[in-house]
Design a binder for this molecule. Sequence first.
Ligand code: ADP
Length: 670
Amino acid sequence: MKIDSLPIPNRLRDSYLGLGITELYPPQEACVKAGLFERKNILAAIPTASGKTLIAETAMQKEISVGGKCLYIVPLKALASEKYDDFSGKGVSVGIATGDPDQRDEYLGKYDIIVATSEKTDSLLRNKAEWLKRVSLLVVDEIHLIGDESRGATLEMVIAKLRYQNPNLQIIGLSATMGNPEELAKWLDAELITSDWRPVDLREGVFYDGKIKFHDAERVVPAAKKDDDINLLLDTVDEGGQCLVFVSSRRSAEAYAKRAAGALKRSSPALDSYAERIAKADTTASGKALAEAVRKGAAFHHAGLPREARAAVEEGFRKGDILVISSTPTLAAGLNLPARRVIVRDYQRYDAQTGMNKIPVMEYRQMAGRAGRPRLDPYGEAILIAKDKSRVDELFEEFIDAPAEKIRSQCQKESELRAHLLALISTEFTNSRSEISAFMERSFYASQRAVHRRLDKNIESALLFLEDSGMIERLGDAVSSTYFGSLSSKLYLAPESALMIKAVFAEHANDEFSAFAVLHLLCMTPDMFRFYLKASDERMVDDILLKRGDEIWFEEFSEEFFGAVKSAAVIEEWISETSEEMIAERYSIGSGDVHAAVENLKWLLHAASRITHEFAPALEDGIKKLEIRAAHGIKEELIPLISLKGIGRVRARRLFERGITTPEELLKAD
Ligand code: ADP
């Protein structure tokens, strides 16, 4: 099927033709035939790189040409900007939904396409953004994440709510291959498209003893060096390809890149310039290690890197200057960075509860799917490494020939159900017990189960919790939220977090408090991403407790408690004007991690200031000051100066040291 024959605006058609895209790939054609342009719901569960974005983009542009509005949901913020770039500049207006959780962002209503994460969409729904009612086409990228333990429930509820409020909504679900696509398609009332077609031939095999075994062939890998994982790299590079190496931890990713750099030993002006960009963007030890590796043609990639360093690595790889990237699995899910050979080196993962486990087949597939650059590589190879001979056949069975897992609704979890029921009630999506049941009957959760008694029991116990916590009220069948309940939901707090914050503030409503106490409280809530506590951190945490233990409002000595001490200490450094690099060094974390923790805490401080406003007004002023300090990374004395445009933490400090401490003084200065 020709691109020419599609009912899409000329401008889009021309942009495809300009990229050499003239003909639809077979799975894309199947979507068109299934009614993509007749507003049929579609679930495309097809391999990585089979062109899912084009399916969505053509449907969106057609929908816009007849006056529609499109919402494109992505799993990660980083992907939101990638998609924003993809869709922009092609004759339609594109907006990206970021910003604080309790904003409605009504300005977004003016765009044709809005790109948002599922969490952001959920918070827009909770704050009743009007424009959401006008969305006529919903695209959900990576929709299999409905089965993801930490975020699946939110995605499921977002889809359910949008369908409920926009009855005429067309839904397009884009998914990796999964074990039970029929179940998801049935829930979505969607036409199911599955396929194992790929634009580049994929060869999957297992390496052992100097050879890669494929189903129907073997390939000898020269033993140039002592390590197998390096020989596999050199083998591909020698024939003009690049490699992606998936490992289980950041530390392993960094270590691999270092070894690879030593083996590759490339040098070029292009590599030097990437290295310099990285060294500038990330002055931590890890940033220096990355820059050094890149100088020789190797890189690592993980979520702890600052954005600019990541961008340099991606660009260098796309342009073919960087020959290998070692990465934690985050890269597999999102970014479009194919390479001729993918080495899945670590297919076991450690879990604190269950020990070593093999990674899910779905995850293996996503990594393997990155092999082979369309039109650039003659084929792609995905290689597992066997440690002994008996493992060779097992690895074929466990990964290469294994069916992908089935996905399961995550709405059975008590904490998820509490949060989402509270949201339903406080936005008046549902106003009675019977409406709640009716709504939940239409969830993916209910559709996956023959017997619904359990669902009803879970709903009842979640409602009881919310009632006991003073978040909802019930009168006969009627259910409504209290002011506190609505506020928590709008602030996007987990009910447990809101309760903890409110209770502790109420108890200390008239006390003096230290910044550290507040930070520690917020770091105790389930909404804070806490730093993992390493064995080597124990002394540091003990030291902090010895000095600061009296300030803290908790005394419970749980894992959360100690983790919160470390996280609070990191944030306190930030608001004491320690540089990001220094903090990263001191606490052995990535500078991207410092940033992520600060972002997380800024939101919690904002939520906390709203809660104190209602329930502990004497504390409000102090919390607001902390909010400003966290936003800018400053001590309290710089607050007046920071209100000036163009003055950041460094300049404000310089002015202060010269005796200029307020905007008025600055005006008077020459
Ligand atoms: P997926 O999301 O399925 O992993 P993408 O949508 O990112 O894959 O597409 C992978 C690549 O294939 C992109 O670079 C895209 O431009 C290209 N592509 C998509 N459809 C076609 C087509 N019909 N012909 C040629 N190239 C295509």
